[in-house]
Design a protein around this ligand. Structure first.
Ligand SMILES: Cc1cc2nc3c(=O)[nH]c(=O)nc-3n(C[C@H](O)[C@H](O)[C@H](O)COP(=O)(O)O)c2cc1C
Length: 183
């Protein structure tokens, strides 16, 4: 697949077939994140690949926030938990000076690498931001010093027959030339 084809094919998948993700697939997805850029090359990201069915069930049942329960997560054969190591000096100093939380950017880039790699492998993904961090840390025994920033479900899409039209703002609304032109 070309990059354009991968970008076009990627969409949020919220229902998975029971087929597991092969170990080579998990490895390839992790490798795609490992080579991502990060501020000062500090590589603050850490990931947990959860494949244990009981743990995925617990994440779904106890790890979500109210209202949007994301119950379909239970169908995913793999949930990648995206974490950041907060006590890496170069990253903290940089963030204190600029006010930019680099570890969040680092993780976002690395996880999107994973999303694109998974798409290339024919896998579907969905970012999950609506979760209870405290509960996720309890379930997966993640230390206090670690920040959990995102979950990513991965698996073969169950709903292959979906509308791929992406609802997005027009280019003029989000890209300006030379100077700021928005509100
Ligand atoms: C940071 C982030 C958090 C998200 N959290 C959730 C979530 O908790 N539940 C969910 O169903 N989708 C979640 N999504 C997926 C978005 O709803 C989805 O990307 C958006 O609607 C665009 O649709 P598409 O991904 O199919 O193009 C999240 C996406 C991002 C980037």
């Amino acid at each position: 697949m070309t990059l354009d084809e991968i970008l076009e094919a990627r969409r949020s998948v919220r229902g998975y077939a029971s087929q597991p993700v092969k170990e080579e697939g998990i490895k390839a997805i992790f490798e795609s994140a490992r080579v991502a850029p990060s501020a000062c090359n500090s590589q603050t990201w850490r990931f947990i690949a959860v494949t244990d069915r009981a743990l995925i069930q617990k994440i779904t049942q106890d790890g979500m926030l109210p209202v949007i329960r994301n119950a379909w997560i239970a169908t995913a054969p793999l949930v990648i938990v995206g974490c950041a190591q907060l006590d890496i000096l170069a990253n903290r100093v940089g963030s204190l000076v600029t006010g930019i939380e680099y570890y969040q950017i680092d993780l976002g880039i690395a996880m999107e690498h994973m999303v694109l790699k998974a798409t290339e492998l024919g896998l579907g993904t969905c970012w999950i931001g609506w979760f209870n961090e405290k509960k996720i840390k309890e379930i997966l025994e993640i230390p206090k010093t670690i920040k959990v920033l995102a979950l990513l479900t991965v698996g073969y899409p169950k709903d292959t027959d979906v509308n791929l039209v992406k609802k997005r703002k027009p280019v003029e609304e989000i890209f300006y030339r030379d100077k700021w032109k928005g509100r």
